[in-house]
Design a protein around this ligand. Sequence first.
Ligand code: THU
Length: 160
Amino acid sequence: MKEITITTKIIVFNTLQELPFVVQDLMEKAITVRKKAYAPYSKFRVGAAILLDNGKIVLGSNQENAAYPSGLCAERIAIFQAGSIYPDAKILKMAITAASSTNQTNAPIPPCGSCRQSIAEYETRQETPIEIYFMGEIGEIFLSESLKNLLPFMFEKKLL
Ligand code: THU
């Protein structure tokens, strides 16, 4: 018998101004697209902005549905859009922000498990890490320098 202990690394920024300028810009775009979310059921709006190595920025906001499971998260809308339009580009960075109209989110909001799995596919495919920055409406910004830091034991194609 043996034990495996996994540690992870998150870098914490106190304010948007502490971020590199390119990331501030990406997060501001995520905030703008967050406000366009269609979230009449949860009132929880999420915005995601992706920077590609061709310089393009691809955005997504969560889109809900009266049949609840038919809706989709902002992160997957953004990453599937990036994969559809620019299949050969590498994803460098992703900025995520979430805000609720019922209470102010001041803790960093990470991507859900399904979004992590979806992001993992792209990181594995491109063989370079994706930086993921995430925040609430206000407060600290967390940086995971690779999707792997958010999803230990990720399920990937080499396991098939
Ligand atoms: N949501 C996202 O857009 N991203 C996540 O990573 C977590 C949750 C959305 C889905 C739903 O529209 C709302 O937030 C509440 O769960």
